[in-house]
Unconditional design. Structure first.
Length: 176
């Protein structure tokens, strides 16, 4: 059980970073190699213009999830820092409700698009790779965003309750 907990903690801490770095490296490598091939040899793989776009899609949605996790997404911290704990928490809950609503809508709509691509056997030009493998990253990324928002809500609720009881830890509730 302890091993499983360590594995889950490791994945929680690193899964998005690993996917982002891998997608970015593959995207850059494909573009670099194909530009060299085009410039010097006047040839180009037919899939080389589509795969980097799909890798960017992975980079964008998994990166969005990571930014929600580390709280570097767009927010109005200067305004909120002037608020009291109750109002700050209420604003956070409204934010989380908006995130969850948007996530549910995006997951629903994009899952339909994934199903359409799967049912039509759409493939990446010049490969045997189905396009829905890549397109599925949008609902998966938003599911991760939903998960990260839920984690943030639990953490913010814990901090808020500690503030209300006057038992906030010395570091102000900041987690490492």
């Amino acid at each position: 059980m302890l091993l499983l907990k360590r594995i889950l903690r490791f994945l929680d801490d690193n899964i998005e970073k690993a996917i982002i770095i891998s997608a970015y490296f593959m995207m850059a490598a494909i573009i670099f190699v194909e530009v060299i091939k085009r410039f010097f040899f006047h040839i180009q793989a037919p899939w080389s213009t589509q795969i980097p776009i799909y890798l960017f899609l992975i980079l964008a949605w998994i990166g969005a999830s990571y930014n929600v996790k580390v709280r570097t997404h767009l927010r109005f911290e200067a305004l909120r820092s002037a608020m009291g704990p109750r109002m700050r928490y209420l604003c956070a809950v409204v934010d989380y409700a908006a995130w969850v609503t948007l996530a549910v809508i995006v997951m629903y709509v994009t899952t339909e698009q994934v199903q359409i691509n799967r049912d039509n056997f759409s493939m990446v030009l010049g490969t045997e790779i189905m396009t829905w493998y890549f397109i599925a990253v949008t609902p998966v990324g938003w599911a991760l965003i939903f998960f990260r928002v839920s984690q943030n809500l639990v953490e913010d609720t814990r901090i808020f309750l500690a503030e209300m009881r006057g038992t906030l830890p010395p570091n102000g509730g900041e987690t490492s």
